[in-house]
Design a protein around this ligand. Structure first.
Ligand code: ZN
Length: 452
């Protein structure tokens, strides 16, 4: 017998299904980890093994975070890196990150995931690209399993140190043969391609300015051999463009195409400076973009042309980016910033609340190459979150709860269900002892940043 769950009486249930239905007094019926029925509560089964009465709440599909560096939660607001642009910011942080340990990776991943989950996210990618002192991606994977988050673990890497013309110090780069071997091991040990999978692996050299052309090419061959996705940073700011033109004689988009880094199984973070040729290329090939508005503002990288990308048909998802370049990594806050930043750049009709929420749900699912998350519909994974509408932030906005969620300053979910499991109940994480995680995190951060 499957384990059943009934969600009922939500003031508004936002489905993001094919008809973009928004159902008053809505609910869901779930068997094990999948949604079986969606509709008005009156049309659903009367009871189940577990019943959540969400009167006074808005229920939406779990948000999807397509770009993060969770270890950076240990190095927020480092004084020397508070006010620089990307390359300056990185140069100040690399030496600190060289002190990371496996325990730091595990604890910071849980801290970052707690912050994401409490702010509405149910699926996240993490791009870990620095492996000093015995750190492994397995450390992140264990953390994700324990907290219960749906996870796309991206095996990042850096191989071109400063002595070879790259940006990172030589002490934090790896040999390319080791990177490929370790990536293959991780795929074989962990990748789960099944419907409703909780863990997928991604091959993800850090950026064109920290790995070689050969590694980018071989990474693509490896990923396609196993049917896993590819991820990197691309066209983040004007210095990034200048580096690409100088080193490779091409724009970042041309370089990506030359390397085989386009297709529905590829997504690039930022793309703030993606030109029209790049937008057309990405649209034609189904190449995805992780839009990170807060990080782009924080590092003064610019405003990504999301309106033009969407109009051209480029898959766009949202990312909070690493916690050292978006020191407030709340997922629902990122949705609001995506809407606001497009308007700063391209006018008041550049993005609506409904489109911003669509990017953060269906958009993210598409970018991660998934068809089983991002919407509440029969057969989809049971990932959804509820926000209590009776709070100061939404006062006076209840004539349009969906718009309230995006325009007003929403912060924390009351409930989160991931893969049919209640991970947040009444605002509290059920899977980990959060105060203890934070106490460990802050002790480790002090040791790392203070250089003790
Ligand atoms: Zn990043």
């Amino acid at each position: 017998m499957p384990r059943t769950m009934l969600i009922k009486n939500a003031d508004l249930l936002v489905t993001m299904d094919g008809q973009r239905r928004e159902i008053r007094q809505g609910g869901l019926y779930i068997e094990d980890n999948l949604i079986v029925q969606v509709g008005p509560s009156a049309e659903l089964p009367r009871t189940a093994d577990e019943v959540l009465d969400l009167k006074g709440h808005i229920v939406i599909p779990g948000l999807v975070n397509t770009h993060h560096h969770m270890y950076q939660s240990l190095t927020r607001v480092v004084p020397a890196a508070q006010d620089g642009e990307l390359f300056n910011w990185l140069t100040n942080l690399y030496p600190i990150w060289a002190g990371l340990t496996p325990e730091m990776i595990e604890v910071s991943t849980q801290t970052a995931m707690a912050e994401l989950i409490l702010s509405g996210c149910t699926t996240s990618s993490d791009h870990l690209y620095i492996y000093p002192n015995g750190c492994r991606l397995d450390d992140s994977i264990h953390a994700a399993r324990e907290i219960g988050m749906r996870f796309h673990a991206a095996r990042g890497s850096m191989s071109v140190g400063r002595s070879q013309g790259g940006l990172p110090p030589d002490s934090v780069v790896e040999k390319e043969a080791d990177i490929l071997k370790e990536s293959q091991r991780l795929i074989e040990d962990y990748h789960d391609a099944s419907h409703g999978s909780m863990l997928r692996m991604v091959v993800a050299p850090c950026s064109p300015f920290s790995v070689s052309r050969d590694l980018m090419r071989e990474a693509a061959v490896l990923a396609r051999q196993y049917g896993v996705s590819l991820h990197t940073h691309l066209a983040e700011n004007v210095n990034d463009i200048a580096y690409s033109r100088e080193k490779f004689g091409m724009t970042p988009a041309e370089y990506a195409e030359d390397l085989g880094w386009v297709g529905h199984d590829v997504w690039h973070a930022h793309c703030v400076q993606l030109d029209q040729h790049g937008i057309d290329l990405f649209a034609r090939t189904g190449t995805g973009v992780a839009h990170c508005p807060c990080s782009n503002m924080r590092l003064a990288s610019g405003i990504a042309p999301v309106r033009r990308m969407r109009d051209a048909g480029v898959p766009v998802g949202l990312g909070v980016d690493g916690s050292a370049s978006n020191d407030g990594a709340t997922m629902i806050g990122e949705v609001r910033q995506a809407l606001l930043l497009q308007r700063v750049g391209f006018g008041p009709d550049a993005m609506t609340a409904r489109e911003a929420l669509e990017i953060a749900t269906l958009g993210g699912a598409k970018v991660l190459n998934r068809d089983d998350i991002g919407a509440l519909a029969p057969g989809m994974a049971a990932d959804f979150v509820a926000f209590d509408l009776n709070q100061t932030a939404f006062a006076g906005a209840l004539h349009d709860p969906l718009a309230a969620l995006v325009f007003c300053a929403a912060t924390q979910v009351s409930h989160s269900v991931i893969n049919g499991r209640v991970v947040v109940r009444d605002g509290h994480l059920t899977t980990v002892d959060l105060p203890r995680v934070l106490e460990r995190h802050n002790r480790l951060a002090h040791r790392l940043v203070g250089g003790e």
